[in-house]
Ligand binder design. Sequence first.
Ligand code: HEC
Ligand code: HEC
Length: 285
Amino acid sequence: MKWACAWLTIAVFGAGAAAGAQQNVPQQSVAEQDVAEKNVPEKNPLEGNAEAIRNGMGMFRSRCADCHGMDARGVRAPDLTQVWASGRTDAGLYGTVRRGVPGSEMPAFASPRMTPDDVWKILAYLRTVAAPKPTDPARGNAQNGERVFRVHCASCHRASGRGGRLGPDLSRIGLSRTRTAMTRQIRGAVEDFGPGYAPVTLVAPGGQQIHGVKKSEDLFSVQIMDTRERIQGYLREDMKSVTNEKQSAMPVFTVDKLSESDLDDVLAYLSTLRGANTAVSNDNK
Ligand code: HEC
Ligand code: HEC
């Protein structure tokens, strides 16, 4: 059985690498398209066009709202009502939507899935919900927030290359999530888990329980990272049960564990985390 596990681990890692390589394929074709898209106008040609706005709203709701929210104020992904106020241009936003943000969940919306006109229509709609300037003034003390992070969070999360691995790397979280989304996550109001972080419990034949997050699975096996950060593959038939949990592997930080002011501070700190490849979004300005 040890043999089977070792082999499985290799097989699963191999599959992971292959999946990673596959993910790069669309990027290449997008780059090719970029070459063709040389004459991107500086200004949205459809801005203010009533029919374009109506169409754009429909497309936004079906293709973007899951992540950016029905009102575009952000759920898992950033608030898009602030993008112009923060200095982004029409052409830059067009480029972000066409190319996506590599290394993040923001997908590329390239042809034929979406035409250039579709993107301009969505941007024309977003322009109508754009807000003049941030409504929520910066709160909290980032310096104390970093200390709070080291005490309560770093055992599971990396930031700038340091910390645990059970939870996702938060080095770019300030770019990729809104304050509201982070608050919901920390206070425990989140029921969907990012890929690779779904909580799972395995029960071995002897009754021993193994808790962890699911890295991958198929009909016959499941690969997890357990709470001691060990990655292991298990055959389903060797296990008494494999149960997907509803409660995240991240503890719920209620007010008695993390005060409102410590929460403000840690959010202020997380908002400063903009990762190594900030250049990606700046390039697109
Ligand atoms: C699967 C989730 C997901 C979907 C679907 C999605 N986005 Fe995004 N989007 C993101 C994430 C995450 C980011 C932040 C990327 C980062 O880390 O910088 C982002 C970033 C952006 C940005 C850059 C914001 C900024 O502050 O510069 C724009 C513009 C954007 N998305 C537009 C769209 C549009 C338009 C659609 C629909 C056509 C869409 N997104 C669909 C997840 C998504
Ligand atoms: C015992 C491990 C553990 C601790 C401690 C922990 N987390 Fe998490 N965290 C996770 C896991 C696992 C996930 C991914 C599963 C999920 O989304 O619920 C996660 C997800 C997150 C996310 C969402 C990331 C994303 O990409 O959307 C944020 C934000 C976050 N944690 C912040 C914190 C903060 C802030 C603290 C400290 C106050 C903390 N976590 C403490 C394990 C932990």
